[in-house]
Design a protein around this ligand. Structure first.
Ligand SMILES: Cc1cc2nc3c(=O)[nH]c(=O)nc-3n(C[C@H](O)[C@H](O)[C@H](O)COP(=O)(O)OP(=O)(O)OC[C@H]3O[C@@H](n4cnc5c(N)ncnc54)[C@H](O)[C@@H]3O)c2cc1C
Length: 507
């Protein structure tokens, strides 16, 4: 959808000439938000954004009118909302012995500091497909910093050292305030309601054709070695095969890979079903076209080990304010001002976030919704003697209350919907140069990749920004648009930010 918006705004393409084929019944991909008070709400994810970064995202949303206040843009309404509801976590880490864990010190030893500095200055070519553990000692993974950084951004020790380094540089400002999350910006509602719906409405107003339930299964092209020119798009709609012919002058933007591919929901009484790429077929097309051309990347680098890329989230719908009151007392934060609360000694490495309420446009005033996730769903719980991946919503709530030392009364009548995502951190898997294609690969004449799995210098994956930036780059390059793409802001090159980071590292 971002690519469509840039095609219209900056490429003078008429909306009626743009077709988006989406396999799901709804647009928005990972930015989902569904359900109601009666059946329970569900979100696969809850997003932290920043206004110090996210340059392309805000470039886009500065022109998209808000749905609730159409005279202001989504960007303006988000900034105003965050002025009113400032993030300042007072309980970033919690354990069962101490309650709130002191987090003013990052817990680094001198060795940790040296290794971290070395990694942050290392050349990407030299880092190659190495993992974070190849550069940092085991003690580093016990520091307060690691608990906060890894659960804020969902890093695992075995993930890509390059990506970890990129995060250190891109979010150096967040490094200095990681314990309060003061730099984090939230949308008013969940991101489906606050980002997807307004953008979708704008595209509809421009007559863009949004075609849901259309799964693209093949891209055909004439057999030439040097050039790649897509000549038709084959897709399945309601079980029937259809074809779109790609004429001279037409352009094709392809979404290769998805972090929420093969995700599945459970319920209060049922654990989510474990699916893989063979159930969903979501990676198939990228695998197929990449098998023919090395410059189209190597999906296997990202989708070959579910054990290293899976985690599980859950959304809880409450009709009783008791839980929110108790959380307020424990954390010192009103809902919407705190952010992630991580249970540091939980086997599952569980975190929850109480967003400002209502979190859904259609949420009644007497209903509360919160979201949580666990980095290690395959480990046995502390209070429930099984892995989270085998737990239903009721068991997940039982584990949560154990960590909080709350009586189960606090969640009486709650509806917890778990969601397992086998490829959720697939973008973080160690990679070699060339594993991700360029947005417009060499030799491509009318074809571009847009996703989390393209090579974008300096920027970091697992962000909305990365997808929007990739889309903007692809559109500008294929259309030859002479407008500057908002550059990645190099806070890490700013002396004051470097200085603050240094002070933080020595606390
Ligand atoms: C749990 C979670 C937490 C997150 N937290 C944050 C955060 O704090 N901050 C942040 O900035 N970002 C966060 N993100 C990441 C952010 O949501 C994603 O980076 C972004 O939404 C990816 O968008 P996308 O459109 O590139 O890909 P996706 O959202 O993966 O969408 C891909 C779409 O393409 C469709 N598709 C795929 N193949 C085909 C095909 N062959 N035919 C038709 N359709 C197809 C899929 O159905 C899907 O709708 C989070 C994501 C999740 C899931």
């Amino acid at each position: 959808m971002a690519a469509a918006a840039f095609l219209i705004r900056d490429g003078d393409v008429s909306g009626e000439n743009i077709f988006i084929l989406e396999a799901n019944a709804l647009m928005g991909g990972s930015l989902d938000g569904a359900g109601d008070a009666e059946h329970g709400y569900s979100l696969r994810g809850g997003r932290m954004l920043t206004t110090d970064n996210y340059e392309c995202t805000w470039d886009l949303f500065k022109m998209i009118p808000s749905l609730t206040s159409p005279r202001v843009s989504v960007f303006e309404e988000t900034v105003a909302f965050n002025e009113k509801h400032r993030a300042h976590s007072m309980a970033r880490l919690v354990d069962r012995r101490r309650g709130k864990v002191p987090v003013t010190s990052m817990g680094f030893s001198m060795q940790d500091r040296v290794e971290l500095l070395y990694l942050s200055r290392a050349d990407e070519g030299a880092l190659g497909a190495s993992a974070i553990t190849d550069h940092l000692s085991p003690e580093f993974f016990e520091t307060e910093f690691w608990f906060m950084w890894s659960t804020t951004f969902a890093f695992q020790p075995w993930h890509s050292a390059i990506e970890f380094k990129r995060y250190l540089l891109r979010f150096m400002k967040e490094f200095t305030r990681i314990e309060t999350l003061a730099g984090v910006k939230r949308t008013i509602y969940n991101q489906y309601d606050s980002l997807v719906l307004p953008l979708q409405q704008w595209l509809k107003d421009q007559d863009v054709q949004l075609m849901t339930d259309c799964k693209v299964v093949n891209l055909t092209h004439p057999a030439t070695e040097s050039e790649y020119v897509v000549s038709s798009i084959e897709f399945q709609r309601a079980g029937k095969s259809e074809v779109i012919t790609v004429d001279d002058g037409d352009l094709v933007f392809f979404q290769n890979g998805s972090m929420t591919d093969a995700s599945s929901l459970g319920s209060m009484t049922r654990a989510p079903t474990r699916l893989t790429k063979s159930d969903s077929g979501g990676w198939t097309l990228w695998e197929k076209i990449a098998a023919e051309r090395p410059e189209f990347g190597h999906p296997a680098a990202f989708n070959s080990c579910i054990a290293q890329s899976v985690w599980e989230s859950f959304t809880v719908t409450l009709k009783n304010p008791a839980f929110f009151h108790l959380m307020n007392q424990l954390s010192g934060n009103e809902a919407g001002t705190g952010g992630l609360v991580t249970f540091k000694d939980s086997n599952w490495m569980m975190s929850i976030v109480l967003a400002h309420q209502p979190h859904f446009i259609n949420q009644p005033a007497d209903v509360q919704v919160f979201w949580g996730y666990s980095l290690f769903p395959d480990r046995i719980g502390n209070f429930v003697a099984k892995p989270m991946s085998e737990c239903n919503g009721a068991e997940i709530l039982q584990e949560l209350c154990g960590h909080l030392r709350f009586d189960l009364e606090a969640i009486a009548g709650a509806n917890c919907i778990p969601c397992t995502m086998p490829y959720i951190t697939s973008m973080f898997m160690p990679r070699q140069p060339g594993d991700r294609p360029l947005p417009v690969p060499v030799g491509s004449k009318n074809f571009a990749f847009i996703s989390q799995f393209v090579e974008v210098p300096e920027d970091v994956v697992f962000t909305v920004e990365y997808s929007v930036r990739a889309a903007q780059m692809a559109v500008y390059q294929l259309l030859g648009i002479d407008r500057e793409i908002p550059p990645v802001t190099r806070h890490d090159k700013t002396l004051s930010v470097q200085f603050e980071a240094l002070i933080k590292a020595f606390k």
